[in-house]
Write a protein that binds this ligand. Structure first.
Ligand code: SF4
Length: 505
């Protein structure tokens, strides 16, 4: 049958690339890792994997057990015996993947990656992108390294394995100091676990405790599911080492790759990528996301209905825009008492696999498989549709078409971030610059409005975006700064092979 599969992913959004999780000193390390990956599934739905370190007393050595596959964590680990009988051991790391580098359909590119080097095993889970991959890869290949994958993450393992330093931590520090870019990494050796964060701290990575275990996760929702307690963020440019001695003292060992004094956190984590119930960069996502909606209502308010009209209806594009929509409504009510929130778009969470028959409109069916409208609350109303971002605009257009089938009076689109004008080189997957709707329409709101077939479209400004997120000095004394390159075209970390003129305004 000439059909294409539809996997349950967010339509036409930047693809969150990866989630990482790790736990040390737990009798059910793999089971805990599975639950962590389950809570972090929103950061990557293409593939999942777990690697555990198991001590074999009769051989007096460690064995690394690994299991990975394409799809969602609950499908890959559907057979519970995999976690209890295969992935044995008291330390484990896990990874959910959405590919940003490396062929996405290649099984060898699914993490964790594992190598056996002269001093034992190493396994790695990585979130982010190295910005000097080509340079490092060429250097390693010239020195005789054979790569097993096309992913940039493998580079770190080879840099560590080739290091002449004596102690493992010194090998890791030397390797990290050669890498430029965005990386939050959890690394497992035979008897130690390391949590590593780049000096700009682009991607989130937090540490928690669960009894006598140490736990690490991209977002704290990965702790909540296993009742682990959030302790702190991994500092910018820090490597945390956990080993048997740390378990005894209860105090993690900390090493520094490099101190910059200012972070470049990904601002899009607050807009869309992270879950609102998570703490990232030491702050709650919920608070920032509500403020995005509030500032949007101040800057680009909803239309005020005339006295003889019914109330203006605010609806969110579920689930990612729900929290910002609450902020938008709370602020809007202050100046417009004829406005209310309705749950008019209903999202199906059970899309699974759908088959597109030849001749069917693929995108329309994808949108209809995911959303439906509550027609009675839309009919004859002025609708304010709040969404977090528009990438190509193709899904937004279908969504507007779907809402129009319920006969609203008007549709006004409000976006809680600025127009996306440039791709991400630090770990998120965007389409090419040419495919972005803001560039296709030369950043002309009138043209975007016409393309989407709405009565008005407005975005939050870059200035108000920055006003919505935490600022000042973080608890480690760093000035809190952000990467906003996909909105501004200004990349804070130099990237190889980029034509800078491409992003000039
Ligand atoms: S370009 Fe910067 S702000 Fe945009 S997604 Fe990438 S890291 Fe985040």
């Amino acid at each position: 049958m000439n059909s294409k599969s539809l996997i349950n992913k967010d339509l036409d959004k930047p693809k969150r690339n990866c989630a990482i999780f790790g736990i040390f000193n737990h009798p059910e390390a793999s089971v805990m890792t599975y639950y962590g990956l389950h809570a972090l599934q929103h950061r990557g739905q293409e593939a999942s994997g777990i690697c555990s370190s198991e001590f074999i007393p009769e051989k007096n050595k460690y064995r690394f057990n690994i299991y990975k596959g394409h799809g969602l964590a609950h499908d890959i680990f559907a057979d519970q015996n995999i976690l209890t009988d295969v992935l044995k051991g008291t330390a484990a790391i896990g990874h959910n993947r959405y590919s940003t580098t490396g062929a996405s359909d290649s099984r060898s590119n699914i993490q964790p990656f594992k190598v056996n080097y002269k001093e034992g095993y190493l396994a790695l889970s990585h979130n982010g992108n190295f910005a000097n991959t080509k340079e490092l890869r060429t250097r390693l290949q010239n020195a005789g390294t054979i790569f097993q994958t096309t992913s940039d993450s493998e580079i770190l393992l080879h840099l560590i394995a080739r290091s002449k330093k004596k102690e493992l931590i010194d090998k890791i520090l030397e390797a990290c100091r050669q890498i430029r870019g965005a990386y939050s990494i959890i690394l497992l050796s035979d008897d130690k676990l390391f949590a590593i964060r780049d000096p700009y701290a682009v991607r989130p990575l937090s540490m928690g405790r669960l009894g006598h275990s140490f736990v690490f996760a991209s977002e704290t929702c990965g702790f909540d599911i296993i009742n682990a307690k959030y302790i702190r963020e991994i500092k910018p440019g820090e490597i945390v080492q956990i080993d048997k001695e740390v378990i005894k003292t209860g105090k993690e060992k900390s090493f520094t790759i490099k101190k910059l004094g200012e972070t470049k956190h990904c601002i899009f984590e607050y807009v869309y990528f992270s879950r609102p119930d998570s703490t990232i960069f030491g702050n709650t996502v919920d608070k920032a996301r509500r403020k995005l909606g509030k500032n949007l209502a101040i800057e680009k308010p909803a239309p005020v209905s005339k006295p003889d009209d019914k109330k203006v209806v605010v609806i969110s594009v579920p689930d990612s825009s729900n929290t910002a929509t609450l902020g938008f409504l709370t602020e809007s009510i202050k100046y417009n008492k004829y406005i209310k929130l309705e749950l008019a778009l209903i999202r199906s969470h059970y899309i699974g696999r759908t088959f597109i028959q030849p001749g069917q409109n693929n995108r329309e069916l994808k949108v209809k498989a995911k959303f439906n409208t509550v027609k009675s609350v839309i009919k004859n109303r002025i609708i304010v549709l709040v969404d977090d971002s528009i990438v190509r605009g193709t899904t937004a257009k279908q969504l507007v078409k779907l809402i129009k089938e319920a006969h609203p009076k008007e549709i006004h689109l409000r976006i809680t971030s600025p127009p996306i004008i440039a791709p991400c080189h630090y770990g998120m997957d965007f389409p090419s610059k040419e495919e972005l709707i803001a560039n296709q329409c030369n950043r002309d709101l009138e043209k975007i409005k016409e393309f989407l077939d709405v009565d008005s479209v407005e975005y939050l400004s870059l200035e108000k975006l920055h006003e919505s997120v935490p600022e000042g000095i973080d608890s480690y004394g760093n000035k809190i700064g952000y990467c906003d390159a996909c909105f501004s075209g200004k990349y804070p970390i130099p990237i190889e092979e980029i034509d800078k003129s491409e992003f000039d305004d």
